[in-house]
Design a protein around this ligand. Structure first.
Ligand code: GLN
Length: 522
């Protein structure tokens, strides 16, 4: 095992990294370390490890050190330092013996804590799973490991992925590295922060209504929600099963494409995973944007959109035009029903999925209940947080006899209208450009008392899940307060290749290279 020389890594104290969140240490962050971690792409890491100019152990220690130093951001619930270092040593050994390295060799990956890893505590941000150690591993995580990635830990998230600010976690809120008084977005807030603040090369998140794209937007990183069925959901703790999808967050379009290459594709353990051929998403990035038809749906530029966000999105669309793309007006006329439809379908599915947490087989169990029924009731009362309870009640109501047709049944019908909106729009364009979030990152506590206001922060992302199409968010500028703004590009079903190529071209034209500054003052 090598020391901490050479990689600009200072104050390396990997051995002291806590296995679980708890110790909070403040310190001045060295810019040198910071740049080192954020500026190494997956490709560079692999090449340098193969050339023996970087050791995987060194890189892993740097990440662990950074996680420890930035523990105030609360991005991780569990850090798997020992397993990560052991894996890194294996990769260094393979490099030393000249073996060809797998595609993600040495990439430091953080996993949202709603994906299971055998033997590693997995909480889904909930008290009800505070001690749950699953006996199996999610397919997406397993595929990353096979591809040589180093899993460094489990990231904080809204409880059962229900939320848009990460304030619904039983393990405390996550803070935004651009301004620690602000939310990182949610529900994959810890994953977005881990990437934005240089604690990991990339992360996995899950997205049911925007939970990869909205935090990516609020933290200034790239995040893609693939087509429903593109990535196996096996081992993802279910929220809304017809909407949930796993996807990567990273610092560049190329890095998310590289991760998608490893995780996409049919998995016999998930019957909803598709057997449509995957593409080589990295190779697909080649090529310019000439002739690309970019649809601009007027319904996404109305009331509630922050004028500064609008200005940045419009400037980005202009860049497409300058690159030779054709800008076309499209309509997505049923968009106005998306929020109510989503909050009927997602809650109905959640009420069914969350019925399994009863304190009997695993997880939290309330003490001293006099009867079995009382044990169930107290366990669920004490184990679930307020937002999760609200959703279970909403969903149970929507599914109950007498209301089913009026609520759930009707929502399903409107959902198919939303899906056909996209099919119609894609008859005249190849990708659709919208804001990702109506505003930049809001303040911690700003929306916690008003669930409806919170639900509106997903207004531009949830249609994508309802239709099952892929959507990517990438940074397109900074607000006057210095907060990142993201643009969302949406593609046709299973057309991630073209979607990512469009995103890559826009990324190059925008050349966003700002870095979060708040971490320097922690
Ligand atoms: N913010 C949305 C919600 O609260 C979406 C969450 C998600 O995508 N997991 O349901």
């Amino acid at each position: 095992m090598q020391g901490c020389r050479g990689a600009g890594v200072q104050g390396c104290r990997g051995a002291g990294v806590p296995q679980e969140q708890g110790s909070v240490e403040s310190s001045i962050i060295s810019t040198e370390i910071y740049l080192e971690l954020r500026e190494l792409s997956i490709r560079t890491i692999r090449e340098r490890i193969a050339a023996r100019t970087l050791s995987a152990v060194e890189l892993c220690r740097a990440a662990l050190d950074r996680i420890e130093r930035l523990s105030e951001l609360n991005a991780f619930i569990t850090v798997t330092a020992d397993a990560a270092l052991a894996r890194a040593e294996q990769i260094d050994r393979a490099a030393a013996s000249g073996d060809p390295l797998p595609p993600l060799a040495g990439a430091i990956i953080a996993i949202k804590d709603n994906m299971v890893i055998s033997g590693v505590r997995t909480t889904a941000g909930s008290r009800i799973l505070f001690n749950y150690k699953p006996p199996y591993t999610a397919t997406a995580v397993e595929r990353l490991r096979q591809a040589g990635a180093i899993v460094v830990g489990k990231t904080n998230c809204d409880e059962f992925a229900m939320g848009s600010s990460n304030e619904n976690s039983a393990y405390g809120p996550v803070k935004n590295p651009w301004d620690a008084a602000r939310v990182p977005g949610g529900s994959s807030g810890g994953s977005a922060v881990a990437v934005a603040a240089g604690m990991a090369t990339a992360a996995l998140g899950s997205d049911t209504g925007g939970s990869i794209r909205q935090p990516a937007s609020l933290c200034g990183v790239v995040g893609i929600k693939p087509t429903y069925g593109r990535v196996s959901r096996y081992g993802l703790i279910a929220f809304g099963s017809s909407l949930d999808q796993i996807g990567p967050l990273a610092n560049s379009v190329e890095d998310v494409a590289r991760i998608l290459n490893s995780i996409a594709g049919r998995d016999s353990s998930d019957s909803t995973s598709s057997d449509i051929e995957t593409d080589d998403y990295v190779a697909a990035l080649e090529g310019d944007a000439r002739g690309l038809r970019v649809g601009v749906p007027r319904q996404y530029y109305g009331e509630g959109l922050d004028p500064e966000v609008r200005a940045h999105i419009e400037a980005a669309i202009k860049k497409f035009e300058e690159m030779g793309a054709e800008i076309v007006d499209v309509g997505l006329p049923h968009t106005e029903y998306a929020v109510p439809v989503y909050y009927l379908i997602a809650t109905a599915e959640a009420s069914s999925n969350l019925a399994r947490y009863d304190g009997v087989r695993y997880g939290f169990r309330a003490e001293e209940a006099p009867t079995l029924k009382e044990m169930y009731s107290r366990t669920r009362d004490q184990g679930f947080g307020a937002e999760v309870k609200r959703r279970i009640m909403l969903g149970t109501y929507a599914l109950s006899a007498g209301y089913y047709d009026a609520y759930y049944g009707k929502a399903q019908k409107v959902r198919s209208l939303i899906e056909s909106d996209f099919r119609n729009a894609f008859a005249s364009c190849d990708v659709i450009a919208t804001p990702t979030s109506p505003t930049p990152a809001f303040r911690l506590g700003e929306k916690t008392d008003d669930p409806l206001e919170m639900y509106l922060s997903d207004i531009y992302t949830i249609t994508v899940n309802l239709a099952g199409v892929p959507g990517v968010s990438l940074p397109c500028g900074l607000s006057s307060e210095g907060l990142p703004i993201g643009i969302q590009l949406i593609g046709r079903h299973f057309d991630e290749a073209r979607l990512l190529r469009a995103a890559r071209n826009l990324e190059r034209a925008i050349a966003f290279n700002s870095k979060p500054g708040a971490v320097e003052n922690l």
